[in-house]
Design a protein around this ligand. Structure first.
Ligand SMILES: NC(=O)C1=CN([C@@H]2O[C@H](COP(=O)(O)OP(=O)(O)OC[C@H]3O[C@@H](n4cnc5c(N)ncnc54)[C@H](O)[C@@H]3O)[C@@H](O)[C@H]2O)C=CC1
Ligand SMILES: O=C(O)C1=N[C@H](C(=O)O)C[C@H](O)C1
Length: 232
């Protein structure tokens, strides 16, 4: 598979290494420029910066190149990208987190939220810890987790780094080179239940994005990692 990489930072470089090991070829790298000649790529993978994601994804869709995006912090424009994909009969997957482990954790989180939904003695909160270079807060993964809880909760929204009645507090911590840790806690007067996903490195995110690209390259439509991994 010929891959164009949009964003050649920590994730772009990890994807290049793992994709090459899987027999793929990176035919184009776009980093801090808008030279959108995709060099006959079969698929594009975007791990760039929040401000660049919409332009990058749009350029791929307009050029007819299937695009996998893991960039976080731009989701206010997600529906615009869905419309553009449909208009161009293109192919697009966004995931706040491509790792298989986190996608299992997303399902576990929803199951736990269902079980806890009528237990009013428990207060739910979340902590995400990432490296000091991260531009957005809370993490895209934390937002997906919060949405999974809100579907089965009396809480009406999430709030960042503060406490409000009927809202899920997400605490965002930035420490050293932490790849990404997400913890969800249900706490009552008598006990607490905690579930946690801890990434040991970036390989899981990168491999998941490559698997998504392999899956997407011959398709049209808008998909999620749930489709790729066939999770019910
Ligand atoms: N969905 C997932 O599984 C994961 C998502 N991420 C997200 O991916 C994004 C990238 O993460 P990292 O690689 O750690 O960041 P990074 O800062 O190491 O790399 C971003 C790269 O994008 C480049 N860039 C800036 N403007 C650009 C433009 N207009 N077009 C193309 N590239 C441009 C920068 O020069 C930099 O090399 C972040 O939004 C992060 O939150 C990170 C890990 C996993
Ligand atoms: O910026 C990162 O590094 C990560 N970003 C993603 C997010 O915002 O959820 C995924 C992962 O946690 C690493």
């Amino acid at each position: 598979m010929k891959i164009a990489l949009l964003g050649y930072g920590r994730m772009g470089k990890t994807i290049e290494k793992l994709a090459t090991e899987r027999g793929h070829t990176v035919v184009k790298t776009i980093d801090q420029n808008d030279d959108y000649d995709f060099n006959e790529a079969d698929v594009a993978i975007d791990f760039s910066v929040p401000d660049a994601a919409v332009n990058n994804i749009s350029a791929c869709l307009k050029a007819g190149v299937p695009v996998v995006s893991g960039t976080t912090g731009w989701l206010a424009k997600y529906e615009d990208m869905v419309s553009l994909c449909k208009k161009n009969n293109g192919a697009f997957i966004y995931a706040s987190n491509f790792s298989v482990g986190v996608n299992i954790f997303f399902e576990l989180n929803k199951q736990l939220a269902k079980m806890m939904q009528h237990l009013k003695d428990y207060n739910v909160s979340m902590t995400e810890v990432h490296h000091i270079h991260k531009l957005d807060a809370p993490s895209g993964t934390a937002i997906t987790l919060a949405e999974g809880i809100l579907d089965h909760s009396h809480n009406t929204d999430w709030v960042l780094d503060k406490e409000e009645t009927d809202k899920i507090t997400i605490k965002a911590e930035r420490e050293g080179e932490v790849p990404g840790t997400h913890t969800i806690k249900y706490e009552s007067q008598v006990d607490e239940i905690t579930i946690e996903h801890k990434a040991h490195n970036r390989n899981g995110f990168a491999l998941g994005a490559i698997i998504a690209a392999e899956w997407l390259r011959d398709k049209t439509g808008v998909y999620s990692m749930k489709d790729v991994l066939n999770l019910s």
